[in-house]
Design a binder for this molecule. Sequence first.
Ligand SMILES: O=c1ccn([C@@H]2O[C@H](COP(=O)(O)O)[C@@H](O)[C@H]2O)c(=O)[nH]1
Length: 259
Amino acid sequence: MRYSERLQARIETTGSRLCVGLDPRPGADGIEAVPDFLKRVVDETWEHAAAFKPNIAYFEAMGLRGLHIMEDLLGEMPKEVPVILDAKRSDIGETQKYYAHSYFAHWKVDAVTLNPFLGYDSIEPFLNWEGKGIYLLAVTSNPGSADFQRQTLADGRSIFELVTALGERAKGLPTDVGYVVGLTNTAGVLPKIPDAPLLIPGLGAQGGDLAELAAAGRSAPDVINVSRGVLYADDGFSFGERAKRWAERIATSYHESVA
Ligand SMILES: O=c1ccn([C@@H]2O[C@H](COP(=O)(O)O)[C@@H](O)[C@H]2O)c(=O)[nH]1
């Protein structure tokens, strides 16, 4: 089964397009409290999750112990829920081969985010993996997406359209190619994005608005990420209740219903 088919099936089973972001910030209890914290988050939220997205930065920040925590977490994830590793890697093709091996063969994640700045040969080592997916950064959720990504070329195209053109070149290969589009920067962007799977961060702490996305009428298995809004909101709700509420909020804006 292709990655996009698996993700679509998960969205249909749960009625949820919520991607739960796993970005642990060790608190007063220190690094040794992180594994239990993440286990509780996963146990309480998985029913409401279309996908999980650990961001490798938060694990690397804890040193070697953090990588062990991530490895254990990945080994214990519910098999029903696709895992997108947010790594945003970019390097020459020879080195990317090793990143692809690390993420897909060793850690066995379903999909990974990549920075496309080094061009097609830098994503090629990721394209021949049956059942896997990559998300290329197209329009990120930060204000700096205006510096390059949303600049316009002399021929009228935006820079992010060069990214989607890169992804389109990979059509028909075993790996599915999708794009990262920040919910905070969708204005004028969505009509120019192909109907490939989108990973959409920016809901919750970053203040993104779902209206434009929902109105775009897309049919791809798009997922909307919430990290702090599930893990660290100061609202008296449990992780599971927060995930359920975000999933329902997304479904309501799409006029879908949560299972
Ligand atoms: O454009 C991007 C790409 C990735 N991210 C990542 O998503 C989460 C967002 O966390 P919140 O706490 O929900 O704001 C985080 O891992 C980012 O590094 C993004 O925000 N924007």
